[in-house]
Write a protein that binds this ligand. Structure first.
Ligand SMILES: Cc1cc2nc3c(=O)[nH]c(=O)nc-3n(C[C@H](O)[C@H](O)[C@H](O)COP(=O)(O)OP(=O)(O)OC[C@H]3O[C@@H](n4cnc5c(N)ncnc54)[C@H](O)[C@@H]3O)c2cc1C
Length: 385
């Protein structure tokens, strides 16, 4: 982001709230032209929230400020300059999308249209709090203040798994197999599922096909892929355990009549990176979930866990972890009715809420080099890596 943008964002931070009051002042001015002069802001969803702030005199849009700090750096953020110029030139929200940045362009279009409608007095003035645009590096923020009287229920368990995606479902299953009382919670109406192409080393499927991978050669290669930004001992944990995990998953699939195949792309000698045949994919096509639809990994593991006594609370979003003497004891979450509930886990809490590859503030604070890489961010909400 260049200096000009930075100062504009700084301006936004300090003046967005007052922008609304400026706008309100504008509303009281006598309407002599198309617009009620003043500064108006509006928000729309792009990759994150996009905030457009426009200043009007009676007949013209005189300035545009875009806060696209939650957009992908090399894509949406890079398109901001062009989008701003287009809005000023068009004197309208009807501008062409910037090629490759259609999501951000669409959000800018929507928010700009709302600013214009506010300036014409067609819709009420939108008030945007400055926290939305904060770029103070405080990615964690303050914990929410939740009054005891607002907590409507306390749910006790031995193990609490927060987030029922790829990792969480395996954690719930592992706890249930050990005979623990376990609850898995997820913010969505169902878990977000198990990915279909799963890598492993030394699975029985690989052994059967004679696939051999040298563990230390593999660790060396992924260290190069990651330009050294990784923890080798964690990769070794994966090397040592992924085969057994895939064998376990293969058993669960076999119980439902689904085959797991060891597959990998053809070895291309000219490829820059060394190819490791780690792939495993379930053959869902001939499967049936009992309603005539093909099965999926989430359904297979959900049914297995419930059979083993696990419980799932969906539409339940963790808002705060709770601690006693430094140890996490559970969490406070909002339930499906939007009410606060407390989970108390006597034996342990597993946080499996995924990665943060769409949280640019957190990336900037914890691994800024990632944001300097020239490439495309293919992360999607609920499927992090
Ligand atoms: C497009 C795409 C394709 C991919 N393809 C593959 C592939 O083929 N093979 C592969 O191995 N990997 C693939 N990945 C990567 C894979 O999806 C991730 O590595 C994996 O899902 C990470 O697992 P996780 O359990 O850490 O997080 P997730 O699977 O993201 O699960 C996190 C869960 O936590 C929940 N959650 C988050 N916050 C809260 C909260 N506050 N309260 C309650 N619940 C919460 C979410 O709803 C979600 O269900 C892909 C990723 C993407 C984006």
């Amino acid at each position: 982001m260049d200096k000009k943008n930075l100062s504009r964002r700084a301006f936004l931070r300090t003046s967005i709230a007052s922008g609304a009051s400026l706008a309100a002042v504008g509303l009281h001015a006598a309407p002599v032209g198309i617009y009620k002069p003043g500064t108006y802001s509006a928000k729309a969803s792009g990759i994150g929230d996009v905030v457009v702030t426009m200043t009007f005199d009676s007949n013209k849009i005189t300035d545009v400020v875009l806060d696209v700090s939650h957009e992908t750096p090399n894509i949406g953020q890079a398109a901001a300059k062009q989008l701003r110029q287009s809005l000023l030139k068009a004197q309208s929200a009807d501008i062409d999308a910037v090629s490759g940045a259609s999501i951000t362009s669409q959000a800018v279009h929507k928010a700009a249209a709302k600013c214009i409608a506010q300036a014409k007095g067609e819709i009420p003035v939108e008030v945007i709090t400055k926290t939305e645009a904060a770029d103070d590096g405080d990615w964690l923020g303050k914990p929410p203040e939740i009054a005891e009287k607002d907590i409507v229920d306390t749910i006790k368990t031995e193990i609490l798994v927060i987030g029922c995606g790829t990792g969480g479902m395996f954690a719930v299953a592992a706890a249930a197999e050990e005979g623990a009382k376990v609850i898995g919670i997820d913010r969505f109406p169902t878990g977000t599922g198990i990915r279909d192409d799963l890598a492993a080393m030394n699975s029985r499927y690989q052994k059967k096909q004679g696939t051999k991978i040298d563990k230390f050669e593999f660790i060396r290669a992924v260290t190069i892929y990651a330009a050294g930004h990784l923890q080798q001992d964690l990769v070794k944990v994966w090397c040592d355990n992924s085969g057994a995990t895939i064998d376990w998953y293969g058993d669960r699939l076999a119980e439902r009549g689904v085959e797991l195949w060891h597959e990998s792309g053809d070895k291309v000698d000219s490829a820059y990176h060394h190819h490791f045949p780690t792939g495993h994919s379930p053959r869902w096509r001939t499967s049936d979930d009992g309603t005539g639809k093909p099965l999926n990994g989430n359904k297979v593991l959900y049914d297995y866990c419930v059979k083993k006594g696990a419980r799932f609370d969906y539409n339940t979003k963790m808002v705060e972890l709770e601690r006693k003497n430094g140890r996490v004891t559970g969490c406070i979450a909002t339930n499906k009715d939007g009410k606060y509930v407390r989970y108390v886990a006597s034996k342990g809490t597993v946080v499996a809420t995924g990665g943060y590859s769409l949280n640019y503030k957190m990336l900037e604070a914890l691994q800024p080099w990632t944001l300097r890489v020239i490439g495309r961010n293919r992360s999607v909400q609920g499927r992090s890596w």
